[in-house]
Design a protein around this ligand. Sequence first.
Ligand SMILES: NC(=O)c1ccc[n+]([C@@H]2O[C@H](COP(=O)([O-])OP(=O)(O)OC[C@H]3O[C@@H](n4cnc5c(N)ncnc54)[C@H](OP(=O)(O)O)[C@@H]3O)[C@@H](O)[C@H]2O)c1
Length: 259
Amino acid sequence: MGGAILSGLRQSPGASSGIRVTTATASSASHLVGAGVEARSHEEDPGANEWAVQDADIVIVGVKPHYLLEVIREVSSAAPESAVMVSIAAGITIAQIEDAWPGAVIRTMPNTPSQVGKGVTGMSAGARATSDQVAMVARVFDTVGSVLQVDEGSINALSTFSGSGPAFVYFFIERFIEVAQDHGFSAEEASTMVQGAFAGAMELLEASGKTPQELRESVTSPGGTTQAALEVYAEADLSAIIRRASAAAIARAEEMAQG
Ligand SMILES: NC(=O)c1ccc[n+]([C@@H]2O[C@H](COP(=O)([O-])OP(=O)(O)OC[C@H]3O[C@@H](n4cnc5c(N)ncnc54)[C@H](OP(=O)(O)O)[C@@H]3O)[C@@H](O)[C@H]2O)c1
């Protein structure tokens, strides 16, 4: 996810200078270095994380959640007091991060389309963060998509729509492709049809200014084929399935916060 944010920043003019990046392995670091970005690995330089945070205004930690607090503690005395800690980890609360980091904390939930400038990032600020720090961090995530400022109580719910959302979209695309192949289409033909339908529908939604309901209705003639298929989705109660999946993701995020 950190790599996705970095790729988005790289494509945003003027945003990728003065960035220090660290990774666990030397091979990952070697792929990230260049064009205003310095990179070091923990493998080759055990002090890499302390090096990265010296003089930082913003420290974004993108390790797996179970490892987050350990990495934050490791760098907490090496960073300037004014540096703001930004977590992108699922589940770990602002209070847990504030116990490990003496300065300001902002918890975010970005998503992988940040890599192509179409991300959605949810942001919640801790009590120590000033409005200037919140605005500074929002500007970073603005360069890779849209930013939504939410209360921390809503961030796990937001994560089930935008954070995990791309995975759900790919899951649906995979299932549609499987079924198209059952109808005798080749894998390539099935991908062209299904990916084309998803991509085209999203582009039309953005370009038309219409709502998803209006556009759905424009494709659905009464008594027609689309209506016959939509009735099957309604019978299966797709909304109930989405609610259950969302609740499962929120419950898992809450478990992760318990450690
Ligand atoms: N994946 C998503 O869609 C998504 C969405 C929103 C939020 N998140 C959050 O993003 C975080 C990372 O998830 P991910 O899927 O991107 O994990 P990941 O692919 O495993 O990336 C973790 C990165 O941290 C580096 N790393 C590990 N230990 C380190 C250390 N001690 N010092 C410096 N760097 C270290 C790894 O380096 P190497 O490359 O060398 O292994 C790797 O680049 C998680 O907290 C997750 O909750 C993910």
